[in-house]
Design a protein around this ligand. Structure first.
Ligand SMILES: [Zn+2]
Length: 72
């Protein structure tokens, strides 16, 4: 019985560690609505800042749009 409690304690500790780890790394939760949205300088689509590509002070939705916009 004490072994069962020991395993339960380990499980709780691991669970709490995983939870605090996720809170420290916002990239783990891309669906978080508090994520800042940015606009693609090429096509104007809105996307989460963490998924955008930053180049020359502008945000882009994809590497192709970054290249098209910066090549001009
Ligand atoms: Zn775009």
């Amino acid at each position: 019985m004490s072994r069962l409690l020991f395993l339960l304690a380990i499980f709780i500790v691991v669970y709490l560690l995983l939870r605090s780890y996720r809170r420290q790394s916002p990239r783990q939760t891309p669906l978080d609505s508090s994520e800042e949205m940015v606009r693609c300088a090429k096509c104007g689509v809105h996307l989460p800042k963490s998924e955008s590509i930053l180049a020359g002070g502008n945000f882009y939705c994809s590497d192709a749009h970054r290249r098209e916009h910066t090549s001009k």
